[in-house]
Design a protein around this ligand. Structure first.
Ligand code: GDP
Length: 290
């Protein structure tokens, strides 16, 4: 990898080749080496989903990664949920896209917020996150550091009910208990249940409450000042639209002659293209079509 590209060297005279080789250190190929190594090794990504049951967590995860991660899921009845304790269930799947391998782990937290008494129901979740940090620390301090499996939770999607008037006490407590440990991305679940003005109001309210309670949610990184204007605009819009309002769908429907993932209602179709609210507005154009 430290040799100059052959094609280029051929067109140079012997003296020029000599000069050229003197100037050539080889670090220009470093990005390719890093890239090749990373692609070969693959990536680990652990995503946690939390929020009251029935808010569409499994549906969204399945639609995000185009897989069925919840094949053997057991749903509890009302009586069982009264004294339900929070469980931590891991679903792992290997995904490959254009030769890039991803070991995706979804950490589900069934039972969160479902019991009658939800005092400290986030405790098993914070304990789990801490355990993963400790395990990683132990592995890093050990001898076999090359093959560490990274099980730390990289991101937590927190589902907020669209039916309330902002955050519930349990939402505030959960996010405050976790915000120092994991990147929290708050989402407004089932956004198709609200009209655009309601969504705007709810987002505003949630943003105010996040500020008021000093919750630190995930902040998108600043984009570089030399990026082009279109990219900067996209970046601004993305930041302004947080908390994202999402729609999940596991079914493919036909809208305007195209097959899309969406929800088919008696009055029309809502397109759930990877969830962002902006995309839902595209879906709105499809409304009214039966
Ligand atoms: P979970 O318990 O949070 O994992 O919720 P599920 O994914 O099992 O979804 C519960 C119910 O809500 C199912 O009947 C889904 O079809 C429905 N659902 C899921 N996502 C959406 C959505 O974005 N909008 C609406 N209206 N319903 C949804």
């Amino acid at each position: 990898p430290l040799c100059p590209p052959v094609g280029r060297a051929k067109s140079l005279s012997p003296e020029e080749v000599c000069d050229h080789e003197k100037q050539y250190v080889g670090f220009a190929t470093l990005p390719n080496q890093v890239h090749r190594k990373s692609v070969k090794k693959g990536f680990d990504f652990t995503l946690m989903v939390a929020g009251e049951s029935g808010l569409g967590k499994s549906t969204l995860v399945n639609s995000l990664f185009l897989t069925d991660l919840y094949k053997d899921r057991k749903l509890l009845n009302a009586e069982e949920r009264i004294n339900q304790t929070v469980e931590i269930i891991k679903h792992t799947v290997d995904i490959e896209e254009k030769g890039v391998k991803l070991k995706l782990t979804i950490v589900d937290t069934p039972g969160f917020g479902d019991a009658v008494n939800n005092t400290e129901c986030w405790k098993p979740i914070t304990d789990y996150i801490d355990q993963q940090f400790e395990q990683y620390f132990r592995d890093e301090s050990g001898l076999n550091r090359k093959n560490i499996q990274d099980n730390r939770v990289h991101c937590c999607l927190y589902f907020i009910s669209p039916f309330g008037h902002g955050l519930r006490p349990v939402d505030v407590e959960f996010m405050k208990a976790l915000h120092e440990k994991v990147n929290i991305v708050p989402l407004i679940a089932k956004a198709d249940c609200l009209i655009p003005s309601e969504i705007r109001k709810l987002k505003e309210r949630i943003r105010e409450e996040i500020d008021k309670f000093g919750i630190k949610v995930y902040q998108f990184p600043e984009c570089d000042s030399d990026e082009d204007e279109e990219f900067k605009q996209q970046d601004r819009e993305l930041k302004e639209s947080a908390p994202f309002a999402v729609i999940g769908s596991n079914t493919v429907v036909e809208a305007k002659g195209q097959r899309v993932r969406g929800r088919l209602y008696p009055w029309g179709i809502v397109e759930g293209k990877h969830g962002a609210w902006e995309h839902w507005e595209e879906g709105q154009a499809g409304m009214g079509q039966r």
